[in-house]
Design a protein around this ligand. Structure first.
Ligand SMILES: *Cc1c(COP(=O)(O)O)cnc(C)c1O
Length: 236
């Protein structure tokens, strides 16, 4: 993680330009979704995905005003974010990757939002740990929208029942659904399916869209997009 520390560091002004580039694309996509109506700048949340990036490459984006970030590994986040929070108390950190029960305690301590809830066992552990730490993290259910063998997430046809079970058996604050559509296929139809599923579940939030497809996600009604490469540059 630290091998290239310092080599890719940009200024806060450059970081601000990259963020503005993404936000401009977001606003254009939102205009399409809204039919050109009045735009609420904060209607769609931008999660800057900083996985694999060292602290030195993240700081310019904090200096440029970005506060919402995403990581996919608990251990990596633990190395970086408690340190960064010392200087920036209003950070909102999202866990985007798979969660094991033995990492739940650390996850609840480090993160503010969990976007990858997809198993009852982990959900129960999260519920218990949030109560123990007196901390309520908003949660998304991750849906394996393309039904891919190797990918995490709840099967689409089982998602409604899973959400019902979460509501019945835990006090988790389930706010929405998240998906990563299959690579190499148009994302639009998968995003449309996620939206239909969220409506069926009575969930207001949709986390859909990464660097390659966030404008499509927003056009399809995303309330949250997760952008890594287009903000931080390519990962090693
Ligand atoms: C890495 C990652 C992203 C960001 O991907 P980019 O293509 O770099 O924008 C978004 N969501 C999840 C779940 C990820 O793991």
């Amino acid at each position: 993680m630290d091998l290239d520390q310092g080599l890719n560091v940009i200024t806060s002004a450059q970081a601000g330009e990259r963020l503005e580039f993404v936000r401009t694309k977001m606003r254009k996509a939102q205009a399409r979704f809204d039919g050109g109506g009045s735009l609420d700048e904060d209607a769609v949340k931008l999660v800057a995905v900083s996985k694999t990036k060292p602290i030195t490459e993240i700081v310019p984006f904090l200096q440029a005003g970005q506060r919402v970030f995403g990581e996919n590994r608990v251990q990596e986040a633990d190395v970086k974010w408690p340190e960064l929070r010392k200087d920036y108390s209003d950070i909102e950190l999202h866990l985007l990757g798979p969660l094991q029960t033995n990492k739940v305690k650390d996850a609840v301590r480090i993160f503010d939002v969990v976007q990858s809830v997809d198993r009852m066992k982990v959900a129960r552990a999260l519920d218990k740990e949030m109560k123990a730490q007196g901390k309520q993290l908003n949660c998304f259910v991750q849906v394996n929208i393309g039904g891919e063998e190797q990918k995490g997430g709840m099967a689409p046809q089982e998602t409604e029942a899973f959400v019902a079970e979460l509501r019945a058996e835990t006090e988790l604050n389930i706010v929405g659904l998240m998906c990563i559509p299959p690579a190499g296929l148009p994302a639009g139809p998968f995003f449309a399916q996620l939206r239909t599923l969220a409506e069926a579940c009575g969930l207001p939030q949709l986390s859909m869209g990464m660097s390659s497809d966030y404008p499509i996600g927003i056009q399809m009604g995303a309330t949250c997009v997760r952008v890594g490469t287009e903000i931080f540059g390519a990962r090693a």
